[in-house]
Design a protein around this ligand. Structure first.
Ligand code: UDP
Ligand code: MN
Length: 635
């Protein structure tokens, strides 16, 4: 009976088990088709990383705390930045002064953070453009422009500028392909920061209107004007009132002269958009200038971007489009230039409107993710007034895991100053900023800069600049050496001037032996090692010239090369502009840097041998070298 009962129940239990199993499978499949939100987010992020913003990726620009990195998977994109503590660039309370405006006084209790400063509040009254023009545009008719007001540091023809409407259409200069691009509707938002010091009223407001007229409202979070202690009458008084009538435009006034660099940072501390756009206060934008910047940043938040900058003539205010396919570069005086994109780079572009990889961005307009900017140390807060910050930002980006591009479909016109308009004080500040760049970012190549700029060299001797914080930042971010920039981003800059010729035996300071190839006969591919120094051994006779290669004594057609981080002999490569595996830099401190990798030649003791390998440069004695002879004759 019992047995029968069991038998009877047997198939029933089996059926139940099978049913249970099937139910489990169904549940599993459902779970795979509809992953929990977190897993889905990761999958989408991975897809976006492959395909860029076109893949329908929406960035999670939530209301995260300022200065603090966002979620884990976004942190990974930044690599070494993950561990960064919050970065506060400036004590903003010390820099700002209350904006005196009746409207603001009334609303004081509603200030964002309280304290002694606030943005000017917006008026409820929105103005149409015609009434703005009527009220504010025709200054000459008002007869309010004093002689003094017509003089601006820009040295531009302000009287003419004030006759040109504050809103004007620019000639279409974009490539036809740009007009076919349709931006997504889920782009990050932008805060445009304009700082100014005694800017001409008309050029400042033309910049503001041009942004308002060209940037889609959905993507323009705000325009933040930062008044860097202007003295000019109208900017001090009428501007507050004018700005209060423009939607989305805020005004901050500093009670100290900050200079452009720190004034931009001050603006950044109050920005709430996902992306920061720093723009000079004398620009005019083309329709569609903002969207390509935002979409490129949505694809990779470590990009530092600039539009193509066209020229607005400072005398006639005519608009001159710049030539196609230019990139921003620097020279050994650390000055910025535009240069036609070299053929080798041109070939890598998919289309004439593809983003252009650029060694540096120009100073006038630059865009980047707000958190990226803050977490990578913003601008150097110890730079003074103006100049050089675009170079520092670009070098920092390239060397610390980011990248720099110019976007052909994004175009903004900029009034280039009459160079004489920069005061001696401005020029001195720029020089000092360049010395900071050299001391912080150029490594041993700072000597090359000082050779090209004797005035900077004198300044560096007179004034010892405090670079400690910036050097710490560099270590925290795990930045590469300047060699890497020269090898990978701008090899054309590698100094080709007269360099000393080193020859003879190559002594290792730490181990006391000399570089040698022990093999006899066919020595192609021979692994270099240390051996007791011996004058009569041809294999120990080496030569290092300004051409950067290290020639072997005999046979002469062999050069130091690298395979899997080991130093070996190979046939010497023909010289071209590009940096390659056989390029070495013998530095004054005795280190021999493999330029392509930025690593140092080190004698590594293993078993009975002392082989030559590439290792991270740390200056230990086995990385220090000395040639027998230093000959200063030209190469
Ligand atoms: N600026 C500023 N404070 C200064 C110097 C300049 O706010 O001490 C502003 C200036 O009004 C402009 C921007 O910073 O909007 C960049 O300066 P400038 O146009 O002189 O630089 P350039 O374009 O000549 O390199
Ligand atoms: Mn400018």
């Amino acid at each position: 009976m019992l047995l029968r009962k069991r038998y009877r129940h047997g198939p029933c239990r089996l059926q139940f088990l099978l049913l249970f199993l099937m139910l489990g499978c169904v549940l599993l499949m459902v779970a795979m088709l509809h992953p929990p939100p977190h897993a889905l987010h990761q999958a989408v992020t991975a897809r976006a990383a492959q395909h860029g913003p076109e893949a329908g990726y929406r960035l999670n620009f939530g209301e995260s705390q300022e200065w603090v990195l966002e979620s884990d998977d976004e942190g990974q994109e930044y690599g070494p930045l993950e561990d960064l503590p919050p970065f506060i660039s400036l004590r903003e309370d010390q820099l700002l002064v209350a904006v005196v405006s009746p409207r603001v006084k009334r609303n004081q209790s509603q200030g964002r953070r309280g304290g002694s400063y606030r943005f000017i509040k917006q008026s409820n009254r929105k103005l149409d453009h015609e009434s703005l023009e009527r009220d504010w545009g025709a200054e000459e008719e008002d007869g309010e422009v004093s002689e003094e007001d017509e003089m601006t540091p820009l040295g531009l023809e302000e009287a003419l500028s004030s006759r040109i409407p504050l809103q004007r259409a620019l000639p279409e200069v974009r490539h036809p392909l740009c007009l076919q691009q349709h931006p997504q509707d889920n782009l990050p938002t932008a805060s445009v920061i304009l700082c100014f010091h005694d800017e001409a009223w008309s050029t400042l407001l033309r910049t503001v209107h041009s942004i308002l007229d060209t940037a889609p409202r959905a993507f323009l979070k705000e325009i933040i004007l930062v008044d860097d202690l202007s003295q000019q009458g109208q900017l001090k008084s009428a501007l507050s009132e004018y700005v209060a009538r423009l939607e989305g435009v805020k005004l901050l006034r500093s009670n100290k002269r900050l200079g452009a660099i720190r004034a931009r940072m001050l603006g950044a501390t109050r920005a709430t958009g996902d992306v920061l756009v720093f723009m000079d206060s004398h620009c005019e934008c083309h329709p569609g200038w903002l969207e390509p910047l935002l979409s490129r940043i949505a694809g990779d938040r470590s990009r530092v971007l600039s539009p193509v900058i066209d020229v607005i003539d400072w005398k006639t205010f005519q608009y001159y489009p710049s030539k196609d396919m230019q990139r921003g570069v620097l020279d050994w005086k650390l000055d910025f230039h535009w240069e036609p994109l070299p053929e080798s780079e041109r070939k890598t572009l998919l289309s004439p409107v593809s983003p252009i990889r650029s060694p540096v961005v120009p100073g006038g307009v630059v865009a980047m993710d707000r958190h990226y900017f803050q977490n990578t140390g913003a601008y150097d807060p110890l730079m003074s007034l103006r100049g050089g910050e675009n170079l520092e930002l670009s070098l920092k980006a390239w060397l610390c895991g980011g990248s720099v591009e110019i976007l052909p479909c994004s175009r903004v016109g900029h009034i280039y100053q009459n160079q004489d308009a920069h005061s001696p004080l401005d020029q001195e500040a720029t020089l000092q900023n360049k010395v900071r760049i050299a001391e912080i970012w150029l490594g041993s190549f700072k000597e090359t800069f000082y050779k090209h700029s004797p005035e900077a060299f004198s300044l560096s001797k007179v004034e010892k600049l405090d670079c400690t914080e910036r050097l710490q930042l560099q270590r925290r971010l795990g930045c590469r050496m300047f060699h890497w920039f020269l090898a990978n981003i701008y090899p054309e800059l590698y100094p080709s001037e007269r360099r000393p010729r080193f020859s003879g035996k190559l002594h290792n300071t730490g181990l006391g032996f000399c570089a040698d190839c022990p093999a006899e006969g066919d020595i192609l591919g021979c692994a270099m090692m240390l051996a007791p120094c011996n004058d009569s051994r041809q294999q120990q006779h080496l030569e290092h010239t300004g051409r950067k290669d290290i020639h072997f004594g005999s046979p002469r057609h062999l050069c130091f090369d690298v395979r899997r981080e080991q130093v070996i002999l190979q046939n010497c490569t023909e010289e071209g502009p590009a940096i390659h595996e056989q390029h070495w830099d013998f530095q004054e401190n005795g280190m021999i840097v493999h330029i392509l990798s930025g690593k140092c030649m080190e004698a590594v003791v293993q078993e009975n041998n002392k082989d030559l390998y590439l290792r991270q440069c740390d200056g230990k004695a086995s990385q220090l070298w000395r040639f027998d002879n230093v000959d200063t004759v030209d190469e």
